[in-house]
Design a protein around this ligand. Structure first.
Ligand SMILES: [Mg+2]
Length: 162
């Protein structure tokens, strides 16, 4: 199977409003980002990012022999809400890879390894988090960086979570 992979938040879903809430109180010494709030809040009303949606639809409709996978750090318990949002916004896909509740590991790397071990050819991955470039490229997969405009401060989150 050939497959292309797209992130959701920051590529097809404009989560910028939700993302800024992550930094509420970030100047307090005991601040930690509230990922639960990020994923739970307003997920259902995110606007579509036109450029990312166009790339996704082009891959789905113009490469019929290639599967389209969505790969997101959203928790699996949000699968139904995510599917409804995707359907409401006419965003097509073949597979939806989501993170388990207590999976704090390199979730996307594990998905890539699983697909590769099954003999899949991953043509490319699209993601708005520049830190995911290494996850793809160290496995020899072309990485398409999609600029969402709200990941510039992500190093701050990683420092606090370390
Ligand atoms: Mg993202």
């Amino acid at each position: 199977m050939k497959i292309v992979l797209f992130d959701i938040d920051g590529v097809v879903a404009d989560a910028s409003d939700r993302f800024t809430t992550l930094y509420d109180g970030c100047h307090q010494p005991d601040w930690k980002p509230d990922w639960y709030r990020f994923h739970d809040e307003r997920m259902d009303i995110d606007p579509v990012i036109p450029g990312g949606a166009a790339m996704l639809r082009a891959a789905y409709y113009h490469m019929p022999s290639v599967a389209v996978g969505l790969i997101t750090n959203r928790l699996d318990k949000f699968r139904h809400r995510t599917r409804v949002w995707l359907a409401n916004n006419a965003l097509p896909y073949d597979h939806l890879f989501m993170r388990g509740e207590h999976d704090y590991t390199n979730f996307k790397g594990h998905i890539l390894d699983n697909l590769l071990s099954q003999g899949c050819t991953i043509l490319y991955g699209v993601d708005d988090d520049p830190l995911h470039r290494e996850v793809y490229e160290k496995r020899g997969i072309p990485f398409v960086y999609f600029h969402s405009g709200y990941n510039e401060l992500s190093h701050l989150i990683r420092e606090r979570e370390a």
